[in-house]
Design a protein around this ligand. Structure first.
Ligand code: TMP
Length: 236
């Protein structure tokens, strides 16, 4: 399968059409941004790691019954995926208080939540991806009641699968962001990526951050952290 035209360039990936109208190719970059593109940098090797980690986790989730957009890994940085219309929501799943939730509710990072929290943000860079609720989603027509329920159901299931899986390699899944898409026949599938860019991974023993917070917060050691995730998940 080969790339035809570039359809889109995002902050971390490029997307290309192929000869198959139902299939696209994503190409992962080393570019890193934070705070809605205000902070820019490079994490060497990130594209390769995010491609490999995302595909590994997508395959694991597919085996457990979650439909995904994954088709085939083509190279270190490139993957064929089903063409979908992205539901314009970032679905955030939280097990432990961190990041924007810590700020919003004035609680310290690291506090365990009594119940898993699901949040939706409207995907719009110009607006800074504002947090919204089910009423907004229905009123704006971003998804139907049935689609929201299915997305929530999948998100909790994904959380259970990933939390258990990561625990085996001594990683605590603090929170993460998912995106879903609709295929041409209307099926909702997991899309985008699941990587250290989109999850908070803390070492279960030391609490060390092994994710993009190292870049966001200028902690240093981001390349080593991404490599550590690759090593723990794929043994490489
Ligand atoms: P937050 O605490 O900053 O809202 O982030 C929650 C989770 O979502 C965290 O695991 C990082 C991820 N995330 C993204 O994948 N993309 C984003 O643009 C942001 C802000 C967060």
């Amino acid at each position: 399968m080969t790339k035809k035209d570039q359809l889109y360039e995002g902050k971390a990936k490029k997307v290309f059409t192929t000869d198959n109208p139902e299939v696209l190719i994503v190409d992962y970059k080393d570019d890193a941004t934070a705070f809605n593109g205000e902070k820019k940098g490079t994490i060497l090797g990130k594209g390769v790691i995010n491609n490999r980690v995302t595909n590994h986790l997508m395959k694991l989730l597919a085996k457990e019954g979650i439909p995904t957009h994954y088709v085939e890994e083509l190279s270190e940085r490139e993957t064929a995926v089903k063409k979908v219309t992205i539901v314009p929501l970032e679905v955030i799943v939280r097990n432990i208080i961190a990041g924007s939730l810590a700020k919003r509710v004035g609680r310290p990072e690291g506090e365990k939540l009594a119940k898993t929290v699901l949040e939706y943000c409207y995907k719009d860079d110009a607006l800074g991806d504002p947090i919204v609720n089910d009423y907004h989603i229905l009123a704006m027509g971003w998804a139907t009641r049935e689609e929201i329920d299915l997305i929530a159901d999948y998100s909790f299931k994904i959380n259970d699968i990933l939390t258990a899986y990561l625990k085996e390699v001594n990683i605590e899944l603090i929170d993460f962001k998912l995106e879903f898409g609709k295929t041409s026949d209307g099926t909702i599938v997991l899309a985008d990526e699941i990587s250290p860019d989109t999850c908070r991974f803390w070492d279960s023993t030391t609490g060390e951050k092994l994710d993009k917070d190292r870049f966001r917060r200028s902690l240093g050691g981001e390349e080593e952290a991404y490599r550590e995730i690759l090593k723990r998940l794929l043994g490489e």
